[in-house]
Structures are given as C-alpha cells and as structure tokens.
Write a protein that binds this ligand. Structure first.
Ligand code: AMP
Length: 113
C-alpha cells in the first residue's frame, strides 16, 4: 500500500534490523524497544490490523509460526514471552499495518497499560 511504512520495510525499501523472513512474513527489531527482546512480526501483504485478517486465511498460521520461530531464535521460548497486537486507536496502534509485537527477556506486569 503506497505510503505504508511496514509495506516499505517488508519490500526492503526502508531499512530494518531483520531477524526472520519467509515468503509471507518478515520480522525485525522494533526501533523503540520496550523489552530486551522486542521484535515485530509483519505480513508482507498489507492488512490493516488483526481484526481485518480472516481467521481461516493461511497468513494467520504463517504469523503464528513466525512468532514461534522468533521466540526460539531469540532464546525466550522457554522462559516465556508476550505477544501483543494493537488494533485501532484505543489500543494505541500507531502503524496501520498488522504487526505482532514479540516481547521478552524480562518479567512483565499485568494488566498492561
Ligand atoms: P503499534 O503502536 O502497535 O502500532 O506499534 C508500532 C511499533 O512500530 C512501535 O513499537 C514503533 O516503535 C515501531 N516502529 C515504528 N517505526 C519503525 C521502524 N522504522 N522500524 C522498526 N520499528 C518501528
């Protein structure tokens, strides 16, 4: 989608610190990390947010698989990690292209802010 930051990152037109890429998904480090591990798992195809992704779309499984691979690669699968998908303004979504935050390597509080 023209003007979409994460479309541009997925296409390689904007640089990012990539940790994983597949045919359908890229994962890269967040520029403003909120934990020692903070990776964004992003579909190459533009989807506005999680609520716009059909549950039976194969991309849904691709995003879950990529999230699990990132956690394994980053060494946080055994100790635990958090996955966050902000949807819309009340959740504080700032980049309108579906992404999963994968956060780990520190204990986290609950409830989130
Ligand atoms: P959200 O608020 O859920 O939409 O999350 C967007 C995230 O994208 C924030 O955590 C930002 O720090 C992150 N971000 C914004 N621009 C970039 C960028 N160029 N590369 C990596 N992460 C980014």
């Amino acid at each position: 989608m023209p003007g979409c930051l994460f479309c541009a990152i997925a296409a390689g037109d904007v640089p990012s610190d990539r940790v994983l890429e597949t045919d359908t998904v890229v994962a890269f480090r967040d520029v403003n990390p909120q934990a020692p591990v903070h990776v964004l798992v992003v579909p190459r195809r533009h989807v506005d947010h999680l609520h716009a992704l059909p549950a039976d779309d194969p991309l849904t499984g691709d995003l879950v698989a990529a999230t699990q691979r990132v956690a394994e690669q980053e060494g946080i699968a055994a100790t635990g990690y958090r996955v966050v998908a902000n949807v819309g303004p009340n959740a504080g979504m700032s980049v309108p292209h579906l992404h999963l935050h994968v956060l780990g390597r520190r204990p986290m509080g609950w409830p989130p802010g």
